[in-house]
Design a binder for this molecule. Structure first.
Ligand code: SF4
Ligand code: SF4
Length: 288
């Protein structure tokens, strides 16, 4: 069995200044950064320690997805963690959400077959050519990545332009705005679907209560202290990665929330069949 772990530590700072984001230009204290580093290193060590053990409670491989509040990859300890994890035989995949503002040379040391980036372009923060240049560097390095953009109405033209400039095979996803019902008119909707055929999944809050979801069974969320939750959206603690056997924790479950609206959550809902779309690359959101 492969266990996907979504890791989110205490880091909550970013070098960008997106107007809609609570982490914009936020700075973590030195103490918080030191804690984050120590916790990430502990997590990597845990995965490392379990690579010579063929099974821990039925788990043979890990897929790791760092989903930090803010930007992690401008910090050396996340770069180091990505490189180390990608080189472990018991790790199938290590991915991270990033604004791609970091340098990329550190990726040379990573196992390119296992590392992947969920890269979001923020048009108000960095110009198109600078972002595209980073994508070209990833192509040259042979690193897998998806590109995403937040689908503000006023950004649709930029999204369409980016689609024409990225290689055809590179999936460009759109995170839809959905708090306001009917935010998009029919024309805008069609324009976004022309870019991202899977954006309709992101335009709705999926009714999820009582429905089967792989989180809590083959997918878990872990914080810096090792506390285990089934996903980032249900804060009922299931146990602790460093203290508890996973036996009694990992089991098929149904959702206890009314709805699920983020890719990192609903992609694991059984009825949406999105594993058939992403074919093992559901964490980094790379469509095959
Ligand atoms: S890049 Fe991401 S984390 Fe940073 S300010 Fe923008 S939305 Fe927030
Ligand atoms: S459907 Fe979403 S909210 Fe519900 S358990 Fe799955 S990931 Fe969590």
């Amino acid at each position: 069995m492969t266990l996907s772990i979504l890791y989110r530590g205490v880091l909550s700072s970013c070098n960008y200044d997106c107007t809609y984001c609570p982490f914009a230009k936020r700075k973590d204290t030195r103490a918080t950064m030191a804690t984050d580093k120590q916790q990430v290193e502990r997590f990597v060590a845990f995965i490392q320690q379990h690579q010579s053990v063929p099974h821990i409670n039925g788990v043979e491989h890990f897929k790791i997805f760092f989903t930090p509040w803010g930007e992690g990859l401008i910090r050396k300890h996340y770069q180091q963690a990505m490189v180390e994890l990608s080189n472990m035989p018991n790790v199938q995949k290590v991915a991270i959400q990033t604004n791609l503002s970091c340098t990329l040379t550190w990726l040379q040391k990573a196992n390119k077959d296992k590392i992947a980036l969920w890269a979001t372009w923020h048009p108000g923060q960095v110009d198109r050519e600078t972002f595209l240049n980073k994508c070209r560097q990833l192509d040259a390095l042979g690193v897998m990545y998806s590109v995403g953009i937040v689908g503000f109405k006023e950004t649709i033209e930029e999204i369409e332009t980016m689609r024409t400039l990225l290689p055809k095979e590179r999936y460009l996803w759109v995170n839809a705005l959905k708090k306001q019902a009917d935010y998009y008119n029919e024309t805008e909707r069609k324009r976004l679907i022309a870019v991202d055929p899977y954006v309709p999944y992101n335009m709705v809050y999926h009714e999820s209560r009582g429905k089967a979801c792989r989180t809590g069974h083959t997918v878990i969320s872990v914080d810096g202290d090792g506390n285990i939750f089934r996903c980032h959206f249900i804060k009922e603690k299931l146990g602790n990665l460093y203290e508890d056997a996973l036996d009694g924790i990992l089991q098929p479950r149904t959702c206890t929330n009314d709805t699920c609206g983020c890719h990192i959550g609903y992609v694991h809902m059984n009825e949406l069949n999105l594993y058939n779309v992403f074919k093992g690359r559901e964490l980094e959101r790379v469509e095959e």
